[in-house]
Write a protein that binds this ligand. Structure first.
Ligand SMILES: Cc1cc2nc3c(=O)[nH]c(=O)nc-3n(C[C@H](O)[C@H](O)[C@H](O)COP(=O)(O)OP(=O)(O)OC[C@H]3O[C@@H](n4cnc5c(N)ncnc54)[C@H](O)[C@@H]3O)c2cc1C
Length: 367
């Protein structure tokens, strides 16, 4: 079976590797460089932390487990950093924090309540304000170096026979009646395939996808700020009332204001993103005082756009009434990629994956 995967981000790279391991002939195509879409602008926290309902929590927990298994299959996984996460919330969120810890424990998810002294032991250079309240410790969580992951999975796929084509935009999904027969790229060439997979993330609702082939997305945005690690010397993921932060390798710490803190969207200008970054860094300097000395040229702020289906849940599966076509588009794609790739490969080889039943593209969704 010949398969074309459109998009070489976290999802496309994971699919390419898993399908190639199963002995299938895979070509992955990307309009730009591999891994430079949303996967390059992600907080990349591998977790199943606040992901209701229980079935979606379990899917993400299985995603975390799939990362550990993938690491074992590779023998080493320098991209996976299972450092654990510390979380505390604002005064009005204390009950919600208690409830979350309680629910996660009931779901047998590693979650522990710790005190401020223990928090200080985990992060000795953090300046505590005394109003941290309920503090959670989630030892099984971590973060992923998405660029390393994508490059290494694609390299391993190429070594097993996959074709990796970058700088080649798919302009048309070619159909013959009810069957997708392949794609046409910007150079006008037709590439035949028995199965075409839409792994185009936040572009999966735009041309060349149309009608039933297109996803329905409601993207949201986030700001990612890279600062020198000596200003924010953290060794764990930290989820605080205003922002998340974590180590990012190479002497860098990544900060991300929490969703809803700023009212931004895809049209927000780079100048405004920089102004908001300056604002969050000013707030963050209360716990990391060295940030107040940081000059604008010493940090970098970028916007990331989430590939968020309208109901927030993954879109994975074939499209009813159309042969030769399959969609894999999701938020939380860093956590879910290796699991989805494994389940999708299982389905393509002929065994339906019931874990995906709630996430079929044709389901009824309300905006
Ligand atoms: C601010 C932010 C924070 C996030 N935090 C987390 C987190 O903490 N944990 C987590 O699990 N997830 C997180 N996510 C989500 C996660 O990053 C995404 O779900 C994941 O990166 C999506 O990967 P993807 O491969 O689907 O998309 P992408 O990485 O965007 O890849 C899609 C690729 O398709 C290519 N493409 C599109 N159209 C075409 C075409 N016509 N022809 C050829 N190529 C095409 C693009 O060039 C792109 O490279 C976050 C996202 C954002 C924005």
């Amino acid at each position: 079976m010949k398969i074309i995967v459109i998009g070489a981000g976290m999802i496309g790279a994971s699919l390419t590797w898993e399908l190639t391991q199963a002995g299938l002939a895979v070509t992955v195509m990307d309009a730009g460089e591999a891994g430079k879409g949303t996967s390059a602008n992600s907080f990349a926290w591998v977790n199943s932390h606040s992901k209701p309902p229980a079935a979606y929590h379990r899917l993400n927990a299985a995603g975390m487990q799939a990362h550990r298994e993938l690491a074992r299959r590779f023998g080493q996984a320098p991209w996976l950093n299972l450092c654990g996460c510390l979380e505390w919330r604002s005064a009005d969120q204390q009950q919600a924090m208690e409830d979350n810890l309680h629910q996660l424990k009931q779901l047998a998810y590693p979650a522990e309540r710790i005190n401020a002294q223990q928090l200080q032991q985990y992060e000795p250079q953090l300046r505590l304000t005394g109003d941290e309240g309920v503090i959670g410790w989630f030892p099984s969580e971590g973060w992923l170096d998405t660029q390393q992951y994508i490059q290494q999975l694609l390299q391993a796929s190429a070594a097993s026979g996959a074709k990796i084509v970058t700088g080649s935009k798919v302009m048309e999904i070619v159909q013959s009646g009810d069957t997708v027969t392949g794609v046409r790229t910007a150079d006008g060439v037709f590439h035949a395939a028995d199965l075409t997979i839409n792994a185009s993330g936040r572009w999966s609702d735009k041309p060349p996808y149309h009608g039933a082939l297109a996803t329905r997305l409601a993207p949201t945005t986030g700001i990612l700020i890279r600062v020198p690690a000596d200003c924010v010397p953290v060794s764990h993921i930290m989820a605080t009332p205003l922002f998340h932060c974590r180590p990012d390798g190479d002497g860098v710490t990544l900060l991300c204001p929490n969703e809803g803190v700023y009212d931004i969207d895809e049209t927000t200008s780079a100048a405004e993103v920089n102004r908001l970054a300056e604002d969050i860094l000013r707030h963050a300097s209360q716990v990391w005082p060295k940030l107040s000395e940081l000059k604008p040229e010493q940090y970098q702020a970028r916007m990331g756009i989430r590939a968020l289906p309208v109901d927030g849940y993954p879109l994975v599966g074939p499209t009813a009434g159309i042969n030769g076509y399959y969609t894999v588009v999701t938020h939380s794609g860093v956590t879910l990629s290796p699991l989805l790739a494994r389940l999708v490969t299982q389905e393509i080889l002929g065994t339906p994956a019931s874990e995906l039943d709630d996430y079929r593209p044709g389901r009824e969704v309300t905006d």
